[in-house]
Each structure stands twice: as structure tokens, then as C-alpha cells.
Ligand binder design. Sequence first.
Ligand code: HEC
Ligand SMILES: [Cu+2]
Length: 332
Amino acid sequence: MRRFSLYFLLLLTLPLAGCSPFSSVAVLNPKGEQAKEQVDLITLSISLMALVFLVVLILFIRFVYKYRQRPGYTPDPIHQNRNKKFELIWTISPFIILFILAVPMIQTTFGEEQESKSPSDLTVKVTASHYWWRFEYPGQGIETAEELHLPKGKKVTLVLHSTDVIHSFWVPQLGGKLDVIPGRTNKLSLTPLENGTYQGKCAELCGKSHANMRFKVKVENEDDFNSWIAGLKSGNQTQSLSKSEAEGKSLFNENCLTCHAVEAQVENKKGPNLAGFAERERVAGILPNTKEHLEDWMKDPQKFKPGSEMPKVKGLDKKEYEKLAEYLQTLH
Ligand code: HEC
Ligand SMILES: [Cu+2]
């Protein structure tokens, strides 16, 4: 039995140690103001915990040794010599420890909530749906999906909505998660401090493809951010298409335009806005953005995201999927 529990414990360390870089490393490698504050809290609570653990461990070893069974030793039936001083110490110290923890926790939590209500440099409306993310920039008049672009060093307020169930918005390196609740508006402030691409995901079990509800956050210099917006706005109309790309375009207009827009302005169609799609790293937030993966996705979205709200578009042949993929790759 004892051996069994030992093996069980050893086994437990496996998922803990292997626990995706997401939760274990990313959180401790903050790239945003709020994420930094949160890491400070984590450090504080872990240090206190370690301190308590150490004291208990030392006492434990000492007592096991001191009161070990040996010839002529009779255990003390009741503790005759109470020690007021020690009793006071172990009664009061938990209060002190909790106090040291509580003050900065409450300060930071309420501070961050307050901050999300104060004005910011940029507002993005985030909408979570089974199993993807829509990002609208009302001030800029554009809409995109799956990849959130943010300017470095600017405070952004994310206004979170859900169209179906409770999701949770989480970019570990930029700051803690916040629930996205249908019928409610939650606000989250983030201030990214370093350029880079950060992983984001839904952190609330929301259905079959919950684990695939991933997105990326691209933090860039303000100039690059502005030219990204300008690029999306000017669109891809000027580009001349090859014959098969043009055929892909008309197939797209026939089959896909009901759910997908290809111009960046806010349209709120049922599916992700595909303006600038060729620049995205992923298809649907998960597959590498190549022609082959695009075709696979269109042929059977349910295979990659069970329960996804993108239906398999019927009645197209292999060539037609190819042409569609070629067209999508012209959307810069
Ligand atoms: C009934 C609405 C609907 C139709 C019709 C539809 N889609 Fe979709 N599509 C969606 C939804 C919803 C998603 C988001 C799926 C997800 O990620 O869970 C999506 C996702 C996608 C994506 C990934 C987008 C991204 O941001 O990474 C591509 C590419 C795509 N669709 C292409 C097509 C093409 C091409 C067609 C036509 C052949 C098509 N879709 C028809 C609803 C639709
Ligand atoms: Cu979700």
C-alpha cells in the first residue's frame, strides 16, 4: 500500500512538471504591467508559503527525533508543561501571515479593477464565441479575429462579451484572466511592455473544443500598429488576381460571404473577419496558415474543432477548395 502511494505521487509529478509552458513558465515571464504586478503577488505568497513550510519541516524533524521511541521512554500522557509563549506565537503568526498576504492582494486586485474603468489609450471590443475570438477596434473602425494587435506601452481596455456560454480571456504573459459572460460586459486593462507574439487562450471549460480556443496577441511599436490598421483599411482591392485566385474569389462570394467579411470594417458577421487573413500565423487559431491546412480546414472544420460553428461547405470539389485557399492567401 505504501509503495502504491509512493508511485502515485511520483506519477503526479509528471503532469505537474510537464504542465505546458503555458501555465508554468509563461506566467512567470511577464511582458505587461499588470502581469508584473501579478507575478509579484505570486512571488510573495510562494515565499511566505516556503517560509511556513520550512519552519514546520524543521519542527517536525526535531520532534520526530526528540520523542522517538527508545528504551525507558514513556510518552507524556497529557502536556503538563504548557508554554504560553509558544501557544501565543502559533496562534498569532497565521494572522500576521494572512495580513501580509491580504493587504497587497486586495490593493492590487481592486487597483487593477479601478484601472480598467479609467480612460485608456485604446479600446478593443472582444467577443468570444464557440470557439473563436472577434476583435473590434471601434475607434479605428476595423474588425479582425484570432490575432489581437496591440501597440507597445499603451494602456488598452478590453471590453469582453460572449455570444454563447462563459469563456475566459487569458494571455498569461500580459495579465490575469477574466471571465467573459453572456449578457454582461467585463473590462480588463492591459499594458504590454515588450514587442512580441504572446499566446492567449480561453481559460474556462466551454465545450468540446475549449482547448482549441486559442488566439495570439501581437505587440508592436506604435508605428507598426498604425500601419497594420491602415493596411487593413485600404484593403486588398488594388491587388490583381491570377485566374485561379479570381475563381476562388467568386467561389468565396457564393459560398462564404454570408458568414465571412473580407473587408476590415466592423460587420459583425457570423464568422471571423478574414481581412488580412494571409498575414495570420494560424488558421482558426490552431493550424499553421498554409494552403494545405486551409484546404483541410474548409473540407472539415469539425475534424479540427468539434462543435465549431463553421459548417462543412458542401458541393465543392478538390480543385475548388484549392482555388479558395489560393484566394484566401491573397488577403493581405
Ligand atoms: C455558417 C457560417 C459559415 C460559413 C458559410 C463559412 N464559415 Fe468559415 N467560419 C465560420 C465560423 C463560425 C468560423 C470560426 C470557427 C472557429 O474557429 O471555431 C469560421 C472560420 C473560418 C476560417 C478560419 C478563420 C480564422 O480567423 O483563422 C476560415 C479560413 C474560414 N472559416 C473559411 C471559410 C470559407 C473559405 C468558407 C466558404 C467555403 C467558409 N468559411 C464558410 C463560419 C462560416
Ligand atoms: Cu471558451
